[in-house]
Design a protein around this ligand. Structure first.
Ligand code: ADP
Ligand code: ASP
Ligand code: MG
Length: 463
């Protein structure tokens, strides 16, 4: 393994949306040249969505229309090459693009004919977003004078064959990354990888789930014991809440791994939920920063963050949540009930997010309802089941939250007229999670942000 400690730099879709953005990335990577950078890129913005729509069109039998709908996105790649890459290398990229187009057309046709499993074809199709963006970024970086080289991530990240949300097989992935990238960085080369994409042991293309490029970066960072994993995005770090709901949300200078993991899990899109674990395992700092304002430091995610005066650091939310309530006299004083219940969810591969129990009843939330019908059918053998749809989980996060008297009371009194249908507090020391109807979620977030950040902040200033 290389003795160098590289810096892993991941650029999201909006950080590579057009030629200006690509040029900015090349400049940011140039600034890190002395720190053995490894670059992980997402697809250009909107490309993954476009590939998925093309897949859906092909599924309905219209593969030609699906393919035609991709034309403007191919053109966006060509425009970047035209602007930032020399003529001979433009030709090389054009050849690559032509090859990709042929392959995509063929894959879309196979979808309409169902000649291979659809989930497998879907990953093969959607992987072209990152295959093309990484190839293009390597060309742009080379044109900017960097010793950059695209490496196919499918040779590095080895997964199971759960298409669409594959799980990496760590020992093999770690070895592949070390073997393939170690000598390159020793030689002063800058590897450019597509995030999100991987391959199963049998070599089929898989993907790590939407937003999974962050996770790719964390895996590479962990395998190479990197100095830092940088997540370059379109906002300056992790903010006090989602800026689309509260535009005045502020950057948090420091977060702990635990806080960041809870926020990501409960919907803060800025980090993919699986990103933090590899960083925790190898104690690698994660920095979330803004490619549009590279001089700003952003947020550092570290082992410890300390408490802030009001204990709360950030508010996350996730919509589309279903509550299941199970009532059963069998629960009373018996053991084995929970185990039977969890087995049902395991059997139907459905993740439980929040759970709360009383003597004879239990409420829990799920966000994936693909197997709802089967889950409910099995649960009905244990007791009476009620289903409540269209909820949102709101997660209040901060070190010291569990041990601060009066905080929960203040949170709930701030939104006292909004009905709270489930609460989970105390399982983690850094979060308080509750469920409201989803059409009240934005209002709840705004009011909590106002109470804990805007008002507290002006009080602090006045003091
Ligand atoms: P990228 O394409 O760079 O991966 P994403 O769109 O996945 O970027 O994530 C960044 C977006 O996450 C921001 O533009 C913002 O709208 C959203 N977001 C939600 N919650 C937060 C939060 N607490 N802090 C920062 N951004 C957040
Ligand atoms: N391009 C993929 C997506 O849009 C992965 C990523 O951007 O992280 O989900
Ligand atoms: Mg993202």
């Amino acid at each position: 393994m290389s003795h160098l400690k590289p810096t892993v730099m991941k650029f999201g879709g909006t950080s590579v949306q057009d030629a200006t953005a690509f040029a900015r990335v090349a400049q940011i990577v140039t600034g890190e040249r002395a720190n053995s950078p490894i670059v992980v890129t997402s697809a250009m913005s909107k490309v993954t969505d476009a590939l998925l729509s093309a897949f859906e069109a092909a599924k309905k039998g219209d593969h030609e229309a699906g393919f035609a709908s991709l034309a403007p996105h191919f053109e966006r790649h060509t425009a970047v090459a035209r602007e930032l890459v020399g003529e001979d290398r433009q030709k090389a990229f054009a050849d690559e693009l032509a090859f990709s187009k042929t392959d995509l057309r063929d894959l879309l046709m196979r979808v309409s004919r169902r000649s291979l499993p659809l989930s497998m074809l879907k990953d093969a199709i959607v992987s072209y977003g990152e295959q093309l963006s990484s190839r293009l970024l390597a060309e742009v970086c080379r044109a900017a004078g960097l010793n950059a080289r695209q490496i196919d991530s499918r040779r590095l990240i080895v997964t199971d064959d759960e298409y669409g949300a594959a799980t990496p097989i760590w020992e093999e992935t770690e070895k592949q990354i070390q073997d393939e990238l170690g000598s390159l960085i020793e030689a002063g080369e800058i590897p450019i990888l597509g995030g999100f994409i991987a391959a199963s042991r049998s070599g089929e293309t898989t993907t790590l789930g939407r937003g999974g490029s962050d996770y790719s970066a964390a895996l590479v960072g962990a395998a190479l014991n990197s100095k830092e994993i940088q997540i370059w995005t379109d906002v300056t770090g992790v903010l006090t809440t989602d800026p689309r709901i509260v535009p005045e949300a502020r950057t948090l200078p420091v977060l702990s791994y635990e806080e960041a993991a809870e926020l990501a899990y409960f919907g803060a899109k800025v980090l993919h939920p699986k990103t933090i674990q590899p960083a925790v395992d190898y104690a690698i700092p994660v920095r979330v920063c803004n490619s549009h304002q590279p001089e700003e430091r952003g947020t550092m995610v570290l082992a410890e963050s300390g408490e802030t005066p009001n204990k709360i650091k950030s508010l996350a939310y996730k919509k589309g949540i279903t509550i299941l309530r199970v009532t059963s006299a069998r629960m009373l004083g018996s053991y084995g009930f929970m185990s039977a219940l969890f087995q049902i969810f395991e059997r139907h591969r459905t993740v439980i997010d929040v759970i709360s129990t009383s003597e004879v009843s239990l409420a829990l939330t799920i966000d994936n309802t693909d197997s709802l019908e089967q889950v409910v059918k099995d649960l009905e053998r244990l007791g009476r089941v009620r289903i409540e749809t269209e909820n949102a989980v709101i997660c209040v996060v901060g070190e010291g939250l569990r041990t601060t008297p009066g905080l929960a009371a203040k949170i709930f009194s701030t939104i006292e007229d909004i009905n709270i249908s489930l609460v989970s507090h105390g399982a983690s020391s850094v979060n308080l999670t509750f469920v409201v109807k989803q059409d009240r979620a934005a209002e709840a977030i705004k009011r909590l942000h106002d109470a804990f950040f805007t008002v507290e902040c002006s009080n602090n200033k006045a003091a």
